[in-house]
Design a protein around this ligand. Structure first.
Ligand code: NAD
Length: 359
């Protein structure tokens, strides 16, 4: 039977709407091939929502997103709203959305498509077989725990505090996410911490070790974060799934993403108890917005993640990943990745190439 999924679509600002349209052209083509329908409803977020509703994330939009099977976001922000402060900034809409949806696991797959190794800052021989996934805890740790803020000394000198606290449940739920993913991939999990100096990391390690017993097919190793930062540029192909807490993950996921060297190719997912939020890693690219030249691949690969992780359509997700890889391998490029002597494809032309291969 043809299955129907409810998708909340938040195109956002700048190139957000352009790449979102491309992503769903491909997703709908996959639906036609694999027998499912995406019932899409569009909502404003970020600058578009500030203009239309006076707030970057209206409560009715958050409610609609909570009711959907999955949420897709293009990008938010732009110079038009740069003068705004605090909760009125477009990016606040995105943070409120993540918080409101309770998505605690941020997933960033990193793969170097055949033909794009030259964009990486690393030597091509280090990139062979790189296929890793960073699983970052997104709602706890140093960015959220209290106390936080100014902490004047008894003598009145300026001082400030942030708190790094995790409880065992926060660690356990993200560890389950990472073990399950590793089980579906190559079966290796690297848990990254700083257990030699941090008490929260020692708890992290204990809880991850306990949960490992439930996943005998996954090989677990622990790595200190400083070593992981080094290994990511020394021998990135050794990693399958990297699991880590919020701040370490913030830094390591950007480091890992840059192995590819091409922001227009990077997808991401943030998942929680159900559904999830799927978005390209790049921003709204105001410098190229409206020109029809944005690379849609990051958004298209994000929709593939949505099909895989939120909608349990792994075959459709595999087919989209393969179609993007085939089109890149065949030498097709948007302006961001085209060499001087190469023809640039527009967003639409690139999307059409991918849908053609998808069949
Ligand atoms: P950006 O990712 O928007 O752009 C950086 C550079 O990469 C630009 O030169 C841009 O043209 C290029 N680029 C990005 N995506 C591309 C694509 N798909 N195809 C071709 N080229 C692409 O980052 P920025 O310039 O630092 O930020 C611009 C705005 O986006 C800011 O308002 C920022 O706050 C916002 N932003 C939003 C998100 C998000 O919505 N998740 C993430 C990052 C930045």
């Amino acid at each position: 039977m043809n299955k129907t999924y409810k998708i909340a679509v938040l195109p956002g600002d700048g190139i957000g709407p352009e790449v979102t349209e491309a992503a769903f052209a491909v997703a709908d083509a996959a639906g036609a091939r694999f027998g499912f329908t995406l019932e899409k409803t569009a909502y404003a977020i970020g600058g578009a929502a500030i203009d239309a509703q006076g707030t970057p994330l209206h409560e009715t939009v958050l409610e609609a997103c909570k009711q959907a099977d999955a949420v897709f976001l293009g990008a938010v922000g732009g110079p038009k709203w740069d003068h705004l402060e605090g909760a009125m900034r477009p990016e606040s809409g995105l943070l409120a959305l993540r918080k409101g949806l309770g998505v605690y696991a941020n997933l960033r797959p990193v793969r170097i498509p055949e033909g794009l190794a030259e964009y990486s800052p690393l030597k091509p021989e280090l990139l062979t077989d790189v296929d890793l996934m960073v699983v970052r805890e997104l709602t706890g740790g140093l960015y959220f725990a209290r106390p936080k803020g100014p902490w004047p000394t008894p003598e009145g000198r300026r001082s400030a505090v942030d708190t790094l606290r995790y409880d065992e449940d926060e660690i356990a739920r993200i560890a389950h996410t990472a073990f399950a993913l590793a089980g579906q991939r190559r079966g290796k999990l690297t848990s990254v911490d700083k257990a030699n100096v941090l008490a929260s990391s020692r708890l992290w390690r204990d809880v991850v070790n306990e949960i490992a017993a439930e996943y005998p097919q996954v090989q677990l190793e622990h790595m200190l974060v400083d070593n992981c930062a080094m290994q990511l540029v020394r021998r990135p192909a050794q990693f399958d799934v990297i699991l880590t807490e919020n701040m370490f993950g913030d830094i390591l996921s950007d480091e890992a993403a840059m192995l590819t060297g091409s922001i227009g190719m990077l997808p991401s997912a943030s998942t929680g108890e159900r559904g999830g939020l799927f978005e390209p890693v790049h921003g709204s690219a105001p410098d190229i917005a409206g020109k029809g030249i944005a690379n849609p691949c990051a958004a298209i690969l994000s929709v593939a993640l949505m099909l895989r992780l939120a909608l349990q359509q792994p075959e459709a997700a595999d087919a989209i990943d393969a179609a993007v890889a085939a089109v890149i391998k065949a030498g097709h490029r948007c302006a961001d990745l085209a060499a001087a002597n190469q023809t640039n494809l527009s967003t639409l032309e690139m999307t059409n190439k991918i849908t053609e291969v998808l069949g």
